[in-house]
Design a binder for this molecule. Structure first.
Ligand code: ATP
Ligand code: MN
Length: 252
């Protein structure tokens, strides 16, 4: 009981501190107590030592920079909003995934499964030899991963990066897509915006919506990913086609 009271006090202090931190003020309304508790747990478990500012604020999540453990240095912390209004189609991406069945209609459970799915997908992609941010920890609606960037400055997306050699970049992306497909994954939102150029390497990000090939729409998603990728490299002056890319991925 005494221990519990002490814990409550520590958590309250943490919560107040975070709520009064400049960079979180804009986010105050979305950081409900459960999210704060998740962030607190990550601090307690040593995955995060301090929070930095927001890197990006998307529809479903905000990505923050943070200080990880001694070994890691900087990390990226992706905080999903449980109460965001557009989780309408999140559930559609979990259909047919044998890892995430029996979710029912509960929004919170869908979001929490989504975060675990992103973590699992990052692991699976990494194991398959695809360069992704190293997944570090997942706690409720919060994902901690390797920060892609240097000195607090996030690395550019493929869209923003200056490409010396689009041919090589295309071959790498094609190979990554093939490796993902080989382990039964289709990214589902692949484009120049979800590929980061870090340290001379291409890294695939944002694997939350990635589906297994058992998903009823996985074929359609693969076709769309291939079209996006082909279209980007066409604009770099290359003669590539979405359908040929897809055929190559399926055949190799
Ligand atoms: P959006 O709706 O904008 O696509 P999202 O919720 O899908 O956002 P991500 O695509 O995963 O989230 O990340 C959004 C942005 O945050 C990325 O475009 C990238 O610039 C940055 N980002 C994400 N993960 C990392 C990381 N591990 N290291 C550095 N920057 C990152
Ligand atoms: Mn994205």
């Amino acid at each position: 009981d005494k221990v519990q009271r002490q814990r409550d006090r520590e958590f309250n202090e943490f919560r107040e501190r975070l709520k009064n931190t400049e960079q979180f003020k804009v986010e105050q309304s979305v950081f409900d107590d459960a999210t704060l508790a998740a962030l607190y747990k990550l601090v307690q478990d040593g995955y995060v030592r301090a929070f930095g500012g927001p890197i990006s604020s998307g529809k479903e999540a905000t990505v923050y920079s943070a200080l990880g453990d001694e070994e890691r240095g900087e990390v990226a912390v992706k905080v999903y909003r449980i109460n965001a209004s557009d989780f309408r189609d999140m559930r559609d991406y979990l259909v047919g995934d044998p890892r995430f069945e029996e979710l029912g209609g509960n929004k919170k459970r869908v979001v929490l499964a989504w975060v675990r799915k992103e973590f699992a997908n990052l692991k699976r992609a990494q194991k398959a030899g695809v360069r992704v941010p190293d997944p570090i920890a997942v706690q409720r609606n919060v994902l901690v991963m390797e920060f892609l960037g240097t000195d607090g400055e996030r690395a550019p997306t493929l869209d923003d990066a200056h490409l010396e050699n689009p041919e090589t970049a295309f071959e790498v992306v094609r190979e990554y897509m093939r490796r993902l497909y080989d382990v039964g994954l289709v990214h589902g939102d692949l484009s120049e915006y979800n590929i980061i150029v870090h340290d001379g390497e291409l890294c695939i990000i944002d694997l939350g919506q990635a589906v297994t090939i058992h998903h009823p729409n996985s074929g359609e998603f693969l076709t769309r990913d291939c079209a996006n990728v082909a279209s980007f490299f066409q604009r770099q002056g290359m003669d590539v086609r979405g359908d040929e890319l897809e055929a190559w991925i399926r055949e190799h």
